[in-house]
Design a protein around this ligand. Structure first.
Ligand SMILES: *[C@@H]1O[C@H](CO)[C@@H](O)[C@H](O)[C@H]1NC(C)=O
Ligand SMILES: *[C@@H]1O[C@H](CO)[C@@H](O)[C@H](O)[C@H]1NC(C)=O
Ligand SMILES: *[C@@H]1O[C@H](CO)[C@@H](O)[C@H](O)[C@H]1NC(C)=O
Ligand SMILES: *[C@@H]1O[C@H](CO)[C@@H](O)[C@H](O)[C@H]1NC(C)=O
Length: 331
């Protein structure tokens, strides 16, 4: 036999044997749980491949760990599915990734049995119609690195306990109906860098906690479109690593002339607030991709240089007496 014939025969054998091998490796307990899940999700077409006669490691929307052969990922994405998250999901104890995404008819609360999934590294429940609170039990999922609960109908306040998650790289709670203040504990994330914070498009209110000024290593803070008031100057400082700071559409009120702009910042949106004072001169030294200070109470001349004259009047207009290019020249 020639080498190529041998290789061909081997690949033929593998293509025949692989599915059988996978099915034998499917953990029977995991298979039972998945079939229960399918039933509780009302047998959606998306899960048609979840056939009891085949091995669960080959089913759509799941993966098995290559060594333990336990289900380590469940990712249900963009299907026709009208249900709540079933309690059985909490019995997939080896899950490291759990995702329900783009399912507008997924309703009800964040399933409490998710608290049992202590191996989770990534939890994504986004673009669904989940409601109720952001549960306190998330703080028990100590291995979480990625938490995305954006684009849902979650309400209530943000649990302060989330700051106990010391491996988090980002927190997406944006586009919900969250109320109350930003927890003071969010200034005490111990990891470096501190997790990126996306809290926009909610109804968060009160002052930005002074503790947030501690977050020297954080790179993204998006608090836009809330009802936050008072001082935000504590987020600034030349010792900060911020790249994106979006505070637009709040009721923040502070003197911009008094802050030092973090030197790595590329996006700074302060539009639609009550910011006063004048634009700091250090803005000209920065590699800005977007600057928006429109609809505030700023005054004085726009510093000349850097990127500042490359932005349009819409990034500067509707201030008290801001002037100079690209706005009309100062009198
Ligand atoms: C959601 O449910 C409504 C009403 O039952 C139905 O018309 C719609 O097609 C469903 N959408 C999805 C994405 O499942
Ligand atoms: C979400 O559910 C509410 C009722 O609970 C309903 O009025 C709304 O249309 C749903 N939204 C989507 C995007 O399906
Ligand atoms: C976190 O993951 C490590 C391995 O990466 C594991 O040993 C540990 O048990 C996990 N922690 C929890 C609380 O499950
Ligand atoms: C800046 O904000 C104003 C007011 O909301 C808006 O009209 C403009 O499009 C924004 N510019 C950019 C580049 O986001």
């Amino acid at each position: 036999m020639s080498t190529s014939t041998i290789i061909l025969s081997f690949s033929f054998l593998f293509s025949v044997l692989a599915p059988i091998t996978l099915s034998e490796l499917c953990n029977p307990q995991d298979k039972r749980v998945l079939l229960q899940l399918k039933k509780d999700l009302n047998n959606p077409y998306l899960l048609a491949s979840w056939n009891p006669d085949t091995g669960c490691c080959g089913w759509y929307c799941v993966t098995c760990d290559p060594i333990t052969h336990r289900i380590n990922s469940l990712t249900i994405f963009a299907g026709q599915l009208s249900a709540q998250i079933p309690p059985a999901v909490g019995d997939l104890l080896y899950l490291e990734t759990l995702e329900f995404h783009k399912l507008s008819n997924l309703t009800g609360p964040i399933q409490p049995t998710i608290a049992k999934l202590t191996n989770l590294k990534s939890l994504t429940l986004s673009f669904t119609n989940l409601s109720g609170p952001v549960p306190d039990f998330l703080a028990q999922l100590k291995n979480l690195t990625d938490l995305d609960l954006s684009f849902n109908s979650l309400s209530g306040s943000i649990p302060p306990s989330l700051s106990q998650l010391l491996h988090l790289r980002f927190i997406h709670l944006d586009r919900n109906k969250l109320t109350g203040p930003i927890p003071e504990s969010f200034g005490f994330f111990n990891q470096v860098p501190a997790p990126d914070l996306y809290l926009s498009h909610n109804q968060l209110s009160g002052k930005i906690p002074v503790s947030l000024g501690n977050l020297k290593t954080i790179t993204v803070i998006d608090l836009s479109r809330n009802k936050l008031e008072g001082d935000a100057s504590l987020l600034f400082g030349s010792d900060k690593k911020l790249r994106t700071l979006d505070l637009s559409r709040n009721v923040l009120e502070f003197d911009l002339s008094k802050v030092e702009i973090p030197e790595r910042i590329t996006l700074l949106d302060l539009s639609h607030n009550k910011v006063y004072g004048s634009l700091p001169k250090d803005l000209i030294a920065l590699d800005l991709y977007l600057l928006n200070v429109s609809y505030n109470r700023l005054c004085g001349q726009i510093p000349v240089g850097g990127k500042l004259q490359s932005f349009e009047i819409y990034e500067y207009f509707h201030n008290k007496c801001l002037c100079g290019a690209p706005l009309p020249s100062c009198k």
